[in-house]
Design a protein around this ligand. Sequence first.
Ligand SMILES: *Cc1c(COP(=O)(O)O)cnc(C)c1O
Length: 465
Amino acid sequence: MTQIIDNANGLNEFGALLDQAREYAGAYINAANDQSLNPGAAALARLSEFDIPLPDGPTDASEMLAQLHDIGSPTTLPSTGGRYFGFVNGGAHPPALAAKWLSDIWDQNAAFYVMSPIAAKLEDVCERWIVELLGLPKHTVAGFVGGTSPAIAAGLVTARNELLTKQGWDVVTRGLFGAPQIRVVVGAQAHGAVYKALSYIGLGRDRVEIVPADDQGRMIAEKMPKLDAHTLVVAQAGDVNSGAFDPLDAICDKAQKAGAWVHVDGALGLWAGASKNKRGLLRGFEKADSWAVDAHKTLNAPYDCGIILCRHPEKLAAAMQASGSYLQRTDGERDGMYYVPEMSRRARATELWALLKTMGRSGVEELVDQLCERAESLAEGLKARGFQIKNHVVFNQVLVACETPKLTRATLANIQQGGEIWCGGATWHDQPVIRASICSWATTQADIERAIQAFCAARERAKNQ
Ligand SMILES: *Cc1c(COP(=O)(O)O)cnc(C)c1O
């Protein structure tokens, strides 16, 4: 086999490559805040340079890195800067990113303690810290996954297994064919990731019972169907559009009385638990059975970092291991794979630990509060300039419209084309809206002022088009 790195001189060559990557990263990060959020046709056209047949033989590694930087860096959407407001894409907290770099060099497999004592330790610590930070029940366990989508799937599979076990059906061994029925109750604004999970865990997208939502997208608890001990309720903390929180207290009370399982999709909103100002939005959430949350959104961990939290450790472990039994620890140490769908996994708790360690409780609170304050400030500034704000800005999401749907669409197109900021679009109550998610630690008040100017300029241009 070809030696990519010459053994004798390996460290030096490897070091030189890392230095080269470091140099590009420095250049990128320096430019990211000024880089246009529209890569432009010329930069995009160069992506076709990647369309070559698989090389017959080796390419020089330094040349490869140079190509990646020269063509790749300009065609990123610089979401690490302060003016990217698309989807709900968090920024990347620098200390967490630095820790991730080191852990990439470690290249640990976080499946078992024996494969990586440090990865196991950091998962344990993160679990403890997050349970404490959010005020979750004492024995809640955490599984560290790639994002909220797999976290939701892990929570819903655990719920499914438990609801069937209670009816005397071991779905792990017998499968779903011929199984007793279980019911699934979701809010009208449930995220697509919930439907995706329902579809691939065999519960079906179309047989859910949908609870109507109010004008903010919150499930109306009084309109929930009668629950029973065969029901899974999926509630939401932080709507992906409006940022609204379902009335979790009322939902959990009804479910507890009936013996139903409540899973909370808290992708962006669960971190409200870290803020005294925002914690009220989550009232009663600790009564749920499982929670899914992203660290790569509101918390600003680098991608890919999601967490499944479950108050019944043995049920999550049994579902993830398809074993029906609780295999928890080797000699009292944590084996991370018991709480997640994967076996081999990168040690993603490293950057989560780094983030929580460097921010501390007060830093996380400040971050959450800052995102929410900037969102309010954007909403107020836009309202003062004649834009309509279509949601109550309770968290970090702002839904914006112009006088007419046509003007809204044209304004959004101009915003995206302009490159000063980046926002996505959504449909809200059957009307187009521009969605701004304030989700990066890097967004300053000056960025908000620039965003307001960019909205005004884009609308002005749309009016003259
Ligand atoms: C983003 C989001 C998801 C999906 O999370 P990923 O990390 O992208 O998998 C699910 N639910 C809500 C409410 C979200 O905002």
